[in-house]
Design a protein around this ligand. Sequence first.
Ligand code: GLN
Length: 238
Amino acid sequence: MKITIGHLYPDLLNLYGDRGNIQCMKKRCEWRGIESEVREFQLTDDIDFGSLDIVLLGGGSDREQMIVCSRLKAIQKDFRDYVEDNGVVIAVCGGYQLLGHYYDTPEGRIEGLSLVDLCTEQGSPRLISNIVVENDLFEYPVVGFENHGGRTYINENKPFGRVSFGFGNNGGDRQEGVMYKNVIGTYIHGPLLPKNPHVCDLLLRRALERKYGRADLAPLDDSQEREANQYIVNRFVK
Ligand code: GLN
């Protein structure tokens, strides 16, 4: 079995150690004897979405998002076909905002990919916090850190989680992130996956199921990650 991970624009969308998410996916594959390959794409590269099993879009500043946005039209159709064909995507913060229709800032509108029915407007102050969210899909909460000026509204979509601590999408509706088909968009940085191996395994499982029709993910010893997670939950929620 092999998983190919496409990392989009790592030189521009790479805030807060998003690269750690790639390392986590690779390592958890390696520990299970699953081969993995990472392909990094720069802004002018062509992307063969048909050869990818997981796509990662990281976070970026407004300025970097504006640069990336200029390229999105060229990849929009292929990216949309990939998503509609249940391709797995993990998009963090700036990358999450780019999944939607637009991100409005005082400097102008950053047009998004319109892969998911959501939109973002910049507000003040920035929403900066540790964050804990819950989702019945997961045995234990998802923890991390958020830092965004954007307020995201996900319309009829399902959130990635319910906020137990922190701000989430817009600081108002207690929702965090979005889940659409096999796409996860989230404001949780930090990096997300090393802190939340249960989220990493969900991505790997879905990618393997889509490709091979089955996913036998051998359990790993996550006792240290669970302990760290529990510490954060106890500190902020209980
Ligand atoms: N520039 C976006 C915002 O401030 C995203 C920032 C980020 O990726 N941390 O909302």
